[in-house]
Design a protein around this ligand. Sequence first.
Ligand SMILES: C[S@@+](CC[C@H](N)C(=O)[O-])C[C@H]1O[C@@H](n2cnc3c(N)ncnc32)[C@H](O)[C@@H]1O
Length: 324
Amino acid sequence: MDLPPSLRRAIDRALSGRPLEGLAATAEALSQRYRDERQEGAHHGRPHVVTDEDALAYLAVRLPATYAAVRASFAAIADACPQFAPKTMLDVGAGPGTALWAAADCWPDLADALLIETSPVLRAYGERLAADAPLPRASWRSADVAAAAFDDAPHDLVTLAYVLNELRAEDRQPVVERLWRATADILVIIEPGTPAGWQRIVAARRALIDNGAHVIAPCPHAQACPLQPPDWCHFAERVARSRLHRRAKRADVPWEDEKFSYVAVSRRAAPAAGARVIARPRRASGRVTLKLCRPDGSAGEQLFSRRDGETFKRARRSTWGSSL
Ligand SMILES: C[S@@+](CC[C@H](N)C(=O)[O-])C[C@H]1O[C@@H](n2cnc3c(N)ncnc32)[C@H](O)[C@@H]1O
């Protein structure tokens, strides 16, 4: 998945004239901090992005990947709820405004966004990227979501992308419930696609269902997640790396796969959903094997062959993350 050209240009402008060597070292350190945290599944309580250089490294190496995950989650929501056309958005832990760009790309009617972010340097870059960009009206607020109450009117779309893992474990459920109260229609929570990230999504999903939310995606049901560790539900988006991104990451490959887990819930009952493809399809001549999460709450592999006629054709066209 490519970034929208206007976002790509805005990032290139922010990075231009910066010595790439220094940036590459900061990017490596930043990626290492995220990797350590993913392995341990716990945040150390200190912010990852503190300096100007950290923020630039985030723009170069993390934003393209988190954008791809957020945009893919939005595509699944749009597919499940084609009538959903949000006018207002609340994005919490907005970073440099990643979810705003993805929402504007997905839902052209979006008119107003409120972005909450603690890091002053990321907020400043977010505002700078958005200046003169084809984006909805955005206001930025400095607030700690774990401490602040939102007394604003509920927003049509509420997003929390790659933030739960930065909150203390005891703050996560109250934050999820607070965000649900601030949701007029759809709330989506996205995490890194690791076993620990999936566990955080499973816990948030359970709390939301207990609070009356209807699951929209990726699960085609509201029953307990049928997957058991060491398995976990996640998806992957291939992200094109710009030359700058490759240098900052010291990587030769022109792409990377961003793994993510997510859940989207709505205040409205979800339209009946088809089974979700929850792993990369395995194709052979005349056959395709799909790992599916099914509307009856079960999950497992299913083989489709030419004998299945139209269903086989649909199965053959399906991709990891699509709905069958
Ligand atoms: C990994 S970044 C994700 C940024 C953006 N959502 C994205 O997907 O690219 C996590 C962001 O959450 C912010 N954050 C962490 N804890 C927060 C809190 N308690 N309140 C508000 N923002 C928070 C951090 O400052 C950081 O910008």
